[in-house]
Design a protein around this ligand. Structure first.
Ligand code: DON
Length: 320
C-alpha cells in the first residue's frame, strides 16, 4: 500500500527538522532541564479517529500551559461566559506568559492563556470544587485523551518549590479580589494540572476531541460542550502562542497552544489536530521544531483558515 500523504508529510518534516538544534530547554522549572533535547515526535489525529505519527510520539512530557484552554472551557461550562468574564478578559497581552501584571483599566488578567488568567480560572473551579478540583481536571483531560492520564510528581514538586513568580501572581490576584482566599491551594492545583503527563498521541487526541466538536473521535465520549469548544478555539487562535500569537495566526492560521516543556497542539476546525513534542524553546517559550512542523504542514495542505487553497471542512475527504 502506498504511504498515506499525511504520513509522508510527517516523515518528511521529521527528517527535515531532526538535525536542527535551535532553542533552549526551559530550566526555570528545574526538573524540565532534565528533558532530552533531542526528543522529537509528531502525531496527527483526525476528527474521525485516524492517526498518523512519527518519531518520539510516545514519549511522555508534562502538558504545562496546554492545560489552560481546557480549564477555561470547564470554567465556561460551569460558571457561564458572563461570570468568567468578570474575572478574566480575552485580549492578547503582547507580553510574556508569566508577566506579573493585569490589564489596565479592568484590573483583570488579559486572557486565560497567560499564567495570571489561568491561575484565576483554576481558582474559580477550586472555589466550587475544593479538594476534588484536580481530579475533575484530570478526568476531563483523560476523557479527551481516551486513556487515564497521571502526573509527573517530580515536575510538580519542582515547580511547587520554585514557582515564586506564580505565587506573586496569585497574590496580585488575591489583592484585586479575583481569586478567593485560598489562593495558595488553587495555585497548588494549577501546578498539578501543569504536571499532567501526555504524549504527542494523547495531545493529538485531546486536540482531535475539539476538532470533533467536543467528542473523542475514537471512544465517542462527549467531553466538552460545543459552545465551550468554540470559545476554547477562539482563545487559542488569538492568545495560544503568547507574544507570538499574531505571527502564528499570520503564518499558520489555526488555533494552537504551546507548553513550556515543549509540546504544541494545533487544531484544524472539524478536521484534525497536530501535536508535536520537542523541548527546545525559542525566546517566547514556544517549541522551535513544533513551530516549524506546523508551518510546514499548514503550507503543504493549505490549512491556514484564510488560505485561498483552504479546503476547509472538506480537507480530509480530499486526501483520504
Ligand atoms: O506556570 C508556569 O510557568 C508553567 N507551569 C507553565 C507555563 C507554560 O507552559 C508556558 N508555555 N509556553
Amino acid at each position: 500500500m502506498p504511504t498515506h500523504e499525511l504520513q509522508q508529510a510527517l516523515d518528511d518534516l521529521y527528517r527535515r527538522y531532526q538535525s536542527t538544534s535551535h532553542g533552549q530547554l526551559a530550566t526555570y522549572i528545574p526538573e524540565l532541564g532534565n528533558a532530552n533535547p533531542e526528543d522529537f515526535g509528531i502525531t496527527i489525529a483526525t476528527a474521525d479517529g485516524a492517526i498518523f505519527q512519527t518519531g518520539d510520539f510516545d514519549r511522555p512530557f508534562t502538558i504545562q500551559s496546554i492545560s489552560k484552554p481546557f480549564t477555561f472551557g470547564m470554567a465556561l461550562e460551569e460558571f457561564g461566559e458572563e461570570e468568567v468574564a468578570t474575572r478574566v478578559s480575552v485580549e492578547p497581552s503582547g507580553d510574556t506568559f508569566n508577566s506579573i501584571e493585569l490589564q489596565s483599566g479592568t484590573n483583570r488578567p488579559h486572557n486565560p492563556m497567560v499564567n495570571a488568567g489561568a491561575i484565576t480560572v483554576t481558582a474559580l473551579l477550586h472555589s466550587r470544587h475544593g479538594a476534588s478540583t484536580f481530579d475533575l481536571i484530570l478526568d476531563r483531560l483523560s476523557a479527551a485523551a481516551g486513556r487515564r492520564l497521571s502526573i509527573d510528581e517530580r515536575v510538580y514538586e519542582s515547580e511547587r518549590r520554585t514557582g515564586h513568580r506564580n505565587r506573586a501572581i496569585a497574590h496580585l490576584l488575591l489583592n484585586f479580589g479575583l481569586v478567593h482566599g485560598e489562593a495558595e491551594r488553587a495555585l497548588d492545583i494549577y501546578f498539578r494540572q501543569c504536571a499532567i503527563l501526555v504524549t504527542c498521541r494523547d495531545l493529538a487526541m485531546i486536540g482531535a476531541t475539539l476538532a470533533n466538536m467536543g467528542r473523542n473521535p475514537i471512544t465517542g465520549t462527549p467531553v466538552f460542550d460545543i459552545v465551550s469548544v468554540k470559545h476554547m478555539l477562539s482563545i487559542m487562535f488569538t492568545c495560544g502562542m503568547y507574544d507570538y500569537s499574531g505571527e502564528w495566526a499570520y503564518r499558520v492560521g489555526v488555533p494552537a497552544k504551546s507548553g513550556v516543556s515543549g509540546g504544541v497542539v494545533a487544531i484544524v476546525n472539524r478536521q484534525m489536530a497536530i501535536a508535536t513534542y520537542s523541548p527546545r524553546l525559542d525566546a517566547r517559550g514556544n517549541s522551535c521544531r513544533g513551530i516549524n512542523v506546523c508551518v510546514g504542514l499548514a503550507a503543504r495542505f493549505g490549512l491556514h483558515a484564510f488560505d485561498c487553497v483552504n479546503v476547509g471542512s472538506s480537507f480530509l475527504q480530499s486526501v483520504l
